[in-house]
Design a protein around this ligand. Structure first.
Ligand code: HEM
Ligand code: HEM
Ligand SMILES: [Fe+2]
Length: 448
């Protein structure tokens, strides 16, 4: 750790990991309700469990991004964070808001609109925390060295905050409501979050492989441009059936197909950097997560996204189990893995524990990855069967659901593996380093 204010990141990562554990646990609960529909139905109905699962996901991913920014910006800008105190106040607001949202949901208080269910006061809290954050990191960058990594990261984080503002606009007209809803949901994950992804990956590859900064910079700019070029009009793939004009079928199909390009470029980027890299970095787990992130994002977002993105295909698959098959692998590959990569890299340094025992971390990678991959396959099969029976043969929704129960059991099984993997990851990060303490090797210099 070069700058003492980087320590703030540690607390963001800890909060992120606690919420991560909660998120996957509620996923498991939702998966169990799918096979035992009456479970908890009076106490905490399925829609509330699902809400906590998806909201906790978004909240911990963003908390991880905050941590990543507080960790890497001092190193990139070559100065301490503008205000450490502000960063801690921001975290407190974040935690209070998250807890407030969960408690509200448990009492059935929410605003509807998937992913944006937070009560108004929580939404306002999110904006206040985001403003504090943007002010803090922007001041740090403006007064320090400006790099491609900080430029693109800042653009992504500002974009994240700006598009969230559409959560406050809730028109009564259902078509308009849906249109603006996608401004948040789509323009985040297939727009500005990709900028966050490529800049954090770029930072990790820079540190882990020792490749020249100029090379990394060119890739970052090219990928950021590709992401925005394809992703903005790619929003059209959500405008097929909501009452928007027919030309969206063409625009959405063409531009969202192009969205595969930035994800493919990120795979090439990561592997080429690791192959070219001169540095044999001791943190193999972080390298594994970084490569896994690019690869799984390509499959989850790119391949599984393309599967149902052409309007002629989406006409049949819209809202079937194909959608969560894609949603799970895309979120896991792109943004969960990204966070776990930067946490794997930064936590040992923040805790002055490097080189740490990475075997457990790497086992957790394979557990989570194989669990999520299996879940994706199972849901894809379920989705194909559902599409055929329900959309082609015209059978009733609930009759078809009854025939899919075998797939839902397998989804539950893979979910158990994912949750165990997640807990193992947290344990691997938090575990005191016995070997090191015994060997008295505390002076082992932490590699950057
Ligand atoms: C990391 C990036 C991505 C993430 C995290 C992601 C996540 C999601 C999620 C969660 C949904 C479900 C939304 C809902 O209805 O509630 C969704 C829908 C969809 N995604 Fe993605 N996605 C990503 C990238 C892509 C890409 C690159 C494509 C196309 C190539 C794509 C195509 C689609 C389509 C067509 C739908 C609508 C499914 C339907 O009609 O039911 N996604 N995505
Ligand atoms: C880090 C891992 C996970 C991520 C990123 C994730 C993400 C998501 C997302 C984005 C959705 C909304 C999907 C959509 O609208 O298409 C969702 C719903 C859901 N997830 Fe997860 N999830 C994860 C882990 C799990 C686990 C371990 C389970 C356990 C079985 C699970 C079970 C469910 C269920 C049952 C739903 C509701 C699906 C529905 O309404 O049909 N998830 N998850
Ligand atoms: Fe989309």
């Amino acid at each position: 750790m070069k700058y003492s204010s980087q320590k703030v990141a540690l607390w963001y990562f800890i909060v992120a990991m606690v919420l991560f554990a909660a998120q996957v646990t509620f996923g498991l609960l939702a998966g169990y309700i799918y096979v035992a529909p009456n479970f908890l139905s009076e106490l905490v109905p399925f829609n509330i469990v699902r809400m906590i699962h998806t909201n906790a996901l978004i909240v911990w991913l963003i908390c991880g991004f905050f941590g990543a920014a507080y960790y890497l910006i001092p190193e990139e800008a070559e100065r301490e964070i503008h205000s450490v105190k502000l960063a801690y106040i921001q975290l407190v607001i974040w935690v209070v808001g998250s807890a407030g949202a969960v408690i509200s949901y448990l009492f059935g208080v929410h605003e509807g609109r998937e992913f944006l269910e937070q009560p108004l006061w929580v939404k306002l809290g999110i904006v206040v925390a985001a403003l504090m954050f943007l002010y803090n990191i922007s001041m740090t960058v403006l007064q320090g060295r400006k790099t491609t990594i900080t430029n693109v990261l800042l653009l992504g984080l500002w974009g994240l905050a700006v598009f969230f503002l559409f959560a406050f606009y809730n028109p009564g007209n259902l078509a308009l409501d849906k249109m603006y809803w996608w401004y948040v949901v789509h323009l985040w994950v297939e727009g500005v979050w990709e900028l966050i992804m490529v800049s954090i990956l770029g930072f990790l590859l820079l540190k882990l492989t020792g490749v020249d900064r100029e090379v990394i910079d060119k890739w970052i700019y090219a990928i950021a441009a590709l992401a925005l070029f394809s992703g903005v009009l790619g929003t059209g793939h959500h405008y097929y059936w909501i009452g928007t004009p027919g030309y969206w079928q063409w625009i959405g199909s063409i531009f969202s197909t192009l969205e595969v390009a930035p994800f493919f470029a990120m795979v090439v980027f990561s592997f080429v950097m690791v192959w070219k890299g001169r540095r044999d970095h001791p943190n193999k787990a972080a390298v594994l997560w970084a490569l896994g992130c690019a690869t799984l994002a390509f499959f989850g977002a790119g391949v599984w996204g393309f599967l149902h993105t052409l309007s002629s295909v989406n006409y049949l698959t819209h809202g079937t189990q194909v959608t969560p098959a894609h949603g799970h692998l895309a979120f896991f590959g792109a943004y969960v893995s990204l966070n776990l990569a930067i946490i794997s890299y930064a936590m040992p340094i923040l805790l002055k524990r490097e080189p740490y025992n990475q075997v457990l971390n790497m086992i957790s990678f394979w557990m989570m990855t194989s669990g999520m991959a299996f879940m994706t396959f199972v849901l894809t099969f379920a989705g194909v069967v559902q599409t055929h029976l329900q959309r082609v043969m015209g059978e009733y929704f609930m009759d078809v659901q009854d025939q899919l129960v075998f797939f839902y059991w397998m989804r539950l099984g893979s979910g158990v593996v994912v949750v165990l993997g997640a807990l193992l990851f947290i344990y691997a990060m938090a575990r005191p380093q016995k070997e090191l303490i015994e060997a008295g090797s505390e002076e082992a210099a932490p590699a950057e």
